[in-house]
Design a protein around this ligand. Structure first.
Ligand SMILES: [Zn+2]
Ligand SMILES: [Zn+2]
Ligand SMILES: [Zn+2]
Ligand SMILES: [Zn+2]
Length: 196
């Protein structure tokens, strides 16, 4: 009985992988909204296999809710950070991770919705479409050059965290939150690791 159950779970996992490789219509929505579908979670268009990492990246909707801290209130209005509370805001959501915030400021455009050839090229090279004056990190579009520069760095750190999550999920969370991993006795700051 136990063996059967295990085989069932393993099959679900395998099935989850194989469907996510060619994400179906249901997954497209999850992909665009940093959600999860068919057993795979997404952030900024990337597959996130670690639930801990996905949770650390997730944003909480705070727009329209009562905010106690004046610093947070200001930061929410300006898509910036409240350093006292270590909370980062983007488009009405609060993030624990500055990496998540930087990427969340982009506007996700699904590949098949991209009409302009220049934009399609720019999305491939993380570059700029001169015609549309839009810059890309993958399929995330940024109007602001500053936000684009932050997002480029953030995308690197997200990639680093995804790789790290295969070995240690706490290190992965540390990378995206400038936090530390007690197990490995290391701390992270802007993608750099130091021993603690
Ligand atoms: Zn799906
Ligand atoms: Zn605050
Ligand atoms: Zn364009
Ligand atoms: Zn670790």
């Amino acid at each position: 009985m136990r063996t059967l159950l295990f085989v069932g779970m393993a099959l679900t996992l395998v099935f989850g992988f194989s469907t996510s490789a060619e994400a179906g219509d249901c997954c497209m929505k999850a992909k665009a909204e940093n959600g999860a579908c068919c057993g795979t979670a997404y952030f900024a268009g990337q597959q996130i296999k670690s639930a801990k990492l996905h949770k650390a990246l997730a944003g909480k909707k705070v727009e329209g809710k009562k905010i106690e801290c004046g610093g947070c209130e200001k930061a929410l209005a300006k898509n910036s950070s409240c350093h006292g509370c270590k909370v980062h805001f983007a488009k009405g959501k609060a993030y624990r991770s500055p990496v998540a915030q930087a990427l969340a400021l982009g506007h996700a455009i699904p590949a098949d919705h991209m009409k302009c050839g220049g934009c399609k090229e720019a999305a491939k090279s993380n570059g700029k479409c001169e015609g549309c004056k839009v810059q890309f990190v993958g399929n995330l579009a940024f109007k602001s050059e500053k936000h684009h520069a932050h997002a480029l760095k953030a995308a690197e750190m997200l990639e680093m965290a995804i790789k790290a999550s295969a070995n240690c999920e706490d290190c992965a969370v540390g990378i995206v939150t400038n936090g530390k991993c007690d197990g490995c006795k290391v701390a992270f700051k802007n993608g750099k690791m130091t021993k603690v």
